[in-house]
Structure formats: structure tokens, C-alpha cells
Design a binder for this molecule. Structure first.
Ligand SMILES: [Zn+2]
Length: 436
């Protein structure tokens, strides 16, 4: 399998050269950070008053963490390191709850982001002949513009479709010969249901690849998307605090996402003790920007859980691979005292034949005990089939989920297309338990 490169010298830097690069850029990032009101107040207190305080990579751990709450408190300009006139764009968090967060970008920041994102998409084997339909939300959310710029600068034809409006998506796809899409995985599953309802034949489409990002999903979900749509799905990881899409991306081998370590210094920590985990173990990802001018961030706690894959990749890139994002520390549910991630239930649903595109986990309190109700759509074929086959499916799901999460769930099977669909990130958990 040939592995294409966008910037081969950088993508294949030796680990020693990468480490030297990281140390030099960590120091320049400290210089930059000290220009912001937030870090100018915080860093000297911890002995990081100048870049000379960082003599070796181990000194990184002397720098305090930065959290989402810090970003909220610094809103709007507390983390700005450049003259406001040098800023060419901002992105903010959705801010559905409380104060939003903002990341400012200079022209050089946008160039750097585009470069990282082009590296990412080129690693999947796309060429300038590809037609790219971006099914992510445009606007303040980085998912839309991030890969849009990369694909356009690289030279692909870009269709800025945005999210939702599935029938129009299908028309664009047919009329302009879309070969690559960028989408949240849950939307692609829904998209396939509509394709079937509309009677679109696979031969009417030229689709061959999907970039899957913006929500944690299981390997079984990826496989399901690949099988249903007859395409290759590549996992993408990005967060607005670290620009957006293009932080880490899978290459043609589809075995974990190369994180661009010349631009980001990544640590994996135990979220309880805050100590680094052993290489290859799972923990919370902590990122430091190494090349950003306008909004430098030091040791930013992402709340995302993942692990590094220690072995080198067959493609020759030296930048390490992150395994899929398992979930967020915030997503963890405590059900009757047991820690459960929604992804554990999703994994079971997506590997089970006859299960449809959409599901919902509902938590209720019954006689002081937590009750889990898993509502899932089944395929049209299965729904129209025999009653006892549906009962068997229910039993099988109940026992598989019980084995995985140690809680006996109630299973509800629904007709395809009847559970609510969201156009952005899917809402998978409804917690109706009373708060204490
Ligand atoms: Zn690779």
C-alpha cells in the first residue's frame, strides 16, 4: 500500500529531531504565553517566568495545567498573545451552557492549521481529482471551515454543503460526483437510511471515502459505515482549543491517528492522580500548542480519553498514533455505582446484525435503583420480520450488555427512522434520574 505524503521531511523526522524541535518550540511558546494576561499572572508564580526555566522536556511537568474553566474565565481576550489587529479569525465554543471559550488566529496560525489539515487528508490517499463534500456544520464550530480550507488549498473541488438537509446532500453527491465526505459518524448512518428510503443505488454515487470526526465512536460503528456505504472511513481527531480538525488523522492503514507532534506536545495523564500513565496506557489527553501565535495554550486538559499506540506505523510517519477516542471523562456515567461509558453499549449495538442507525440510552430511577433503557432502531428488514426474531434480538442484546456493563438493561426496538436525529453531534444519553 503506497502511503502518500504532503510534507514528507517533517512527517518522517527522526524521534530525536522531533524532541529537539519540541523543546525549542515549547520555549518559544512560553515567550508567547507570557504576552497574555492569563499566563503572565499565572506562570511566574510557578517559577516559569522566562523560557530559560524549561531546560529539558521533563521541565514541562512544572508548568500548571490549563482547563476549560480557565479559558472561560479568560474570555474574551485574556489568552490573546498578539495585537488584536493581527487576528484574522476567531472560533468560539457553542456556549450552550455558560460562558463560551474563544480561540484567536493570526494569518500564520491559519496557514499552519491548513498545512496540518492538508497533511491529514493527503495521508488518506486523496488527490486533487477528488470531490470533497463537507457535511459538517459551518460557522463558529471548527469542523466546517477547518477541513474546507485544507481541501480547497490542496486543490480538491469543495462542496460546502454543511450539515443536515439529507435529500440535498444526496442530490449534490449525485450531480457533482462527490468522492469524499466529512461527517460525524452518527449522521452517516442516518444518511444511509435516507439513501435506502429514497431508492438511491450505490452505483449512482462515486463515493469512496469518509473522514469521521467530532464525536467518539466505536470501531464497530466505523465498520458498519464502511460496509453500508461501501467506502473507507478514516478517523479524525480535533478540538477547537487545538484549532479543530487536523490535530490527528488516520493514514491509509487506518490503524490509529497520527498526531502532528511538531505542532502539538501531547501527554497522557491519569485524570485522578494527574501523573503521566505508562506509554500505551489509556488516560486523559493533555495538549500544548507548539506553533500557535495568537492563543498559545500550555498543558491543556482535553477531558478526552485515549492511548498512544507505541509501535511505529507501516506508513513511515514518525509522529505517534493515538488510538480512537474512547470518550470524555465528562461522559462517564455512574449507574448503580458502576462506571459506564456510552461507547461500551454502542460497541455491542453496532456489531449486532439487524440493528439500525440510531440509538438512545435512557437512565431512570426506579425504587431507588438506576434503570438503563436502551432504545435502538432495527433495520427495515428485521422490523418487518417475525415477532420471535425480534424477541431473540432483544434477549441477545440484553445479555451482551449485561456482561459488558454488569447492569441488566431494558431493551426497546424501534422502527427505522423513528428515534430523534440530530444534525450535529448526536445526543446519545438522556439522564432522567433526579439530582440529589
Ligand atoms: Zn501511518
Amino acid at each position: 500500500m503506497d502511503a502518500p505524503f504532503w510534507n514528507k521531511p517533517v512527517e518522517t523526522l527522526s524521534r530525536a529531531d522531533l524532541a529537539a524541535h519540541q523543546l525549542a518550540h515549547l520555549r518559544s511558546t512560553i515567550v508567547q504565553a507570557l504576552k497574555t494576561p492569563f499566563y503572565r499572572e499565572r506562570l511566574p508564580k510557578t517559577g516559569i517566568g522566562d523560557p530559560g526555566a524549561i531546560a529539558s522536556p521533563g521541565d514541562l511537568r512544572r508548568i500548571p495545567f490549563t482547563t476549560k474553566d480557565d479559558l472561560r474565565r479568560a474570555y474574551p481576550n485574556g489568552l490573546l498573545a498578539v495585537d488584536p489587529e493581527a487576528v484574522v479569525r476567531i472560533h468560539t465554543s457553542s456556549g450552550t451552557t455558560g460562558t463560551p471559550t474563544v480561540i484567536h488566529h493570526t494569518a500564520a496560525d491559519i496557514d499552519c492549521w491548513a498545512d496540518l489539515a492538508i497533511r491529514s487528508i493527503v495521508a488518506t490517499g486523496v488527490t486533487r481529482r477528488d470531490v470533497f463534500q463537507n457535511m459538517m456544520t459551518y460557522g463558529l464550530f471548527t469542523g466546517g471551515l477547518g477541513l474546507h480550507y485544507a481541501a480547497e488549498r490542496f486543490g480538491m473541488m469543495v462542496i460546502p454543503a454543511g450539515s443536515g438537509n439529507t435529500k440535498r446532500q444526496i442530490k449534490l453527491m449525485k450531480d457533482f460526483g462527490t468522492t469524499v465526505v466529512h461527517s460525524v459518524p452518527s449522521y452517516l448512518l442516518h444518511f444511509n437510511t435516507v439513501l435506502e428510503q429514497e431508492g438511491v443505488r450505490r452505483a449512482d454515487l462515486r463515493l469512496s471515502k469518509a473522514f469521521l470526526g467530532a464525536e467518539p465512536h466505536s470501531e464497530n460503528t466505523r465498520r458498519k459505515i464502511e460496509e453500508l456505504l461501501h467506502i473507507d472511513g478514516y478517523n479524525s481527531y480535533g478540538l477547537s482549543e487545538m484549532n479543530g480538525p487536523g490535530v490527528a488523522f488516520e493514514c491509509v492503514h487506518k490503524t490509529g491517528m497520527h498526531v502532528w507532534e511538531d505542532a502539538y506536545l501531547v501527554e497522557v495523564i491519569d485524570p485522578e492522580t494527574l501523573e503521566p500513565v505508562i506509554d500505551g496506557e489509556e488516560g486523559e489527553l493533555v495538549f500544548t500548542t507548539l506553533r500557535r501565535q495568537a492563543t498559545p495554550l500550555l498543558r491543556y486538559r482535553t477531558r478526552d480519553l485515549a492511548r498512544f499506540i507505541p509501535e511505529p506505523c507501516a506508513c513511515g510517519r514518525t509522529h505517534r498514533r493515538l488510538d480512537r477516542i474512547k470518550g470524555r471523562t465528562d461522559d462517564m456515567l455512574i449507574i448503580n455505582g458502576v462506571n459506564v461509558y456510552p461507547s461500551q453499549i454502542e460497541t455491542i449495538l453496532m456489531r449486532t446484525a439487524g440493528i439500525g442507525a440510531n440509538y438512545l440510552i435512557v437512565l431512570e430511577k426506579q425504587d431507588s435503583l438506576d434503570k438503563v433503557i436502551v432504545k435502538t432502531e432495527v433495520t427495515a428488514e428485521r422490523f418487518a420480520g417475525e415477532f420471535h426474531a425480534l424477541e431473540e434480538l432483544k434477549c441477545s442484546l440484553r445479555s451482551q450488555i449485561k456482561t459488558e456493563i454488569l447492569i441488566n438493561p431494558a431493551i426497546e426496538l424501534h422502527e427505522p427512522g423513528t428515534l430523534p436525529v440530530s444534525e450535529g453531534k448526536a445526543k446519545r444519553v438522556v439522564d432522567q434520574r433526579p439530582e440529589f
